[in-house]
Design a protein around this ligand. Structure first.
Ligand code: NAD
Length: 499
């Protein structure tokens, strides 16, 4: 049994708390490793090391810090296959999807190469007589991030790359379900030239998280995960005086207008609904068809595509559309919600229940499910399922469809499929959701824009990556400066006397 470690001060360090969590191979259901769960003391040791290392790192000029990011890009590309394999083995997603997870993180590292430009301050010459005013963006000090299981490469990089490019030290508390890739990323950062103690990985659960939230030295906390935990971390982190940004769960609606290309819409729904077994915060989980005729035409295209989905282990290579879900508990929760859908009167038009794969009977596989006739009072509509389950809701008008998306408590992403520019424009302007796709089902913004939902999908103000990340990981100092007149008034030839 492999025993994973923490990564402290440039070395793999065994856990000392005596507490561990099992790490499964979701495809086989076997426990493949155990990860140590840090105590408050272990977290504190990492914080002290970070605090000692950070001032020297902040004093390194931004261009040199950016060169570490440049080198990291090379190393990520060099190790892409290795990282993707480790990621798939613990998470279960397919290899191309795992490489995409690394790639979307790498793109934020590329953005951080622009740190010298992004960190430039403002300057006002002659703000008053002989007075200049300027502001500079300074690192916060020791920062921390708590990340979810579903993007174990991308989300840690979205946090630590900008934090470190800004001159901070960063402590990463990754998901205890798939911590191997975060540990590998910390090694790569040091290979790229990062000094020891600037990026450390402390594995753990609620105990480590609470220790982060309560620690006086930690200045900021970034969190990505489910909404109840996001809310908890935001409240507790703020009450301890930290800068906090928390990104939570989702229930993303895709509106299908009568004039949409149904084949294109169905293809989009299959990828966005079932890719990564639906374990994406930007997955589409609700298809809102406008009009019964639209719904019927959509399902005509969609049902055969859902039925044809290939589910299997990542080791089957490109022959698989999606893999297992992450744990037996996740599988049980999905099955429970599917049953509520049936009990509450939705029509299960593709029934993935009882799915078994020969040779992988103990794996956490869930077959594809497609519901029709879902209504807004049903549990499968209200709650995030985070599995390969797509709900079709029939709206009578565009206004009804828009209202549904707007009334849902989550506001991460949404999409509209239409050929009508006026409807698309109206939707984009009025909808109260953070990321909108127009004929694009998963509108994840690129690295130089920012990522973030609204409503119960986000607590805080600044978004992830893009310019917002450089604001989140720095604070502004503004200097007003006046110099008394100096020797330019000429030399003084008499002996100086006190006046
Ligand atoms: P999770 O909330 O269970 O765990 C996230 C992190 O919080 C982990 O590091 C975990 O160790 C920690 N944690 C769990 N329970 C805790 C507790 N009681 N106290 C303190 N810390 C705790 O989320 P998950 O299952 O790993 O990830 C899936 C969720 O993340 C989904 O809801 C998904 O929508 C969401 N997500 C959101 C975004 C986004 O950007 N909005 C992106 C990815 C995932």
């Amino acid at each position: 049994m492999q025993e994973l470690t923490h990564y402290i001060n440039g070395a793999h360090v065994k856990g000392t708390s005596g507490r561990f969590a099992d790490i499964f191979n979701p495809a086989t259901g076997e426990v493949q490793a155990k990860v140590p769960l840090a105590s408050k003391d272990e977290l504190d040791q990492a914080v002290q090391i970070a605090a000692a290392a950070q001032p020297a790192w902040a004093a390194v000029n931004p261009q040199r810090r950016a060169r570490v990011m440049m080198k990291l890009v090379d190393l990520l590309n060099r190790d892409m296959d290795k990282l993707a394999e480790a990621l798939s083995r613990e998470h279960g997603k397919t290899l191309p999807d795992a490489a995409g997870d690394v790639q979307r993180g790498l793109e934020v590292v590329e953005y951080c190469i622009g740190a010298p430009q992004l960190l430039k301050g403002d300057y006002t010459d002659s703000a008053g007589p002989g007075i200049d005013m300027y502001s500079m963006k300074q690192a916060l000090g020791v920062t921390a991030g708590i990340t979810p299981f579903n993007f174990p490469a991308m989300i840690p990089m979205w946090m630590f790359a900008p934090a470190i490019a800004c001159g901070n030290a960063f402590i990463l508390k990754p998901s205890e379900r798939d911590p191997s890739v975060p540990l590998m990323l910390a090694e790569l950062m040091e290979e790229a030239g990062l000094p020891k103690g600037i990026l450390q990985v402390v594995n753990g659960d609620k105990e480590a998280v609470d220790a982060i939230l309560e620690h006086d030295v930690i200045q900021s906390v970034g969190f990505v995960g489910s909404t109840p935990i996001a809310e908890y971390i935001y409240g507790k982190g703020c009450s301890h005086g930290k800068r906090v940004q928390c990104f939570g769960g989702a229930k993303n609606h895709m509106i299908i207008m009568p004039d949409a290309d149904m084949n294109q819409a169905a293809d989009a729904l299959v990828g966005a609904g079932y890719g990564a077994a639906g374990e994406r915060c930007m997955a589409i989980s609700v298809a809102v068809a406008v009009g019964d005729d639209t719904a019927d035409r959509l399902l005509e295209h969609l049902v055969p595509k859902v039925e044809a989905l290939k589910v299997g282990p990542y080791t089957s290579g490109n022959d698989v559309d999606y893999g297992p879900v992450v744990t037996a508990a996740a599988k049980a929760n999905i099955e429970r919600l599917v049953q509520t859908g049936i009990d509450q009167g939705a029509k299960l038009v593709v029934d993935g229940r009882g799915f078994k794969l020969q040779g992988y009977e103990d794996g956490f596989f869930v077959g594809p499910h497609l519901f029709d006739g879902v209504t807004t009072d049903m549990d499968i509509y209200k709650y995030e399922i985070f599995g390969p389950v797509l709900s079709t809701v029939r709206a009578q008008t565009y206004e009804d469809a828009l209202k549904m998306a707007m009334d849902h408590e989550y506001g991460n992403g949404t999409a509209i499929f239409t050929r009508d520019g006026d409807t698309a424009r109206d939707f984009a302007n009025r909808v109260n959701i953070g990321m909108v796709g127009i004929n694009v089902p998963i509108p994840v913004p690129l690295a130089y824009h920012t990522f973030g939902g609204w409503k119960k999908s986000m607590f805080g103000d600044l978004n992830q990556h893009g310019p917002d990340a450089f604001k989140f990981y720095t604070r502004t100092k503004t200097i007003t400066s006046r110099w008394p007149s100096g020797i330019k008034e000429g030399g003084e030839f008499s002996i100086p006397v006190m006046e």
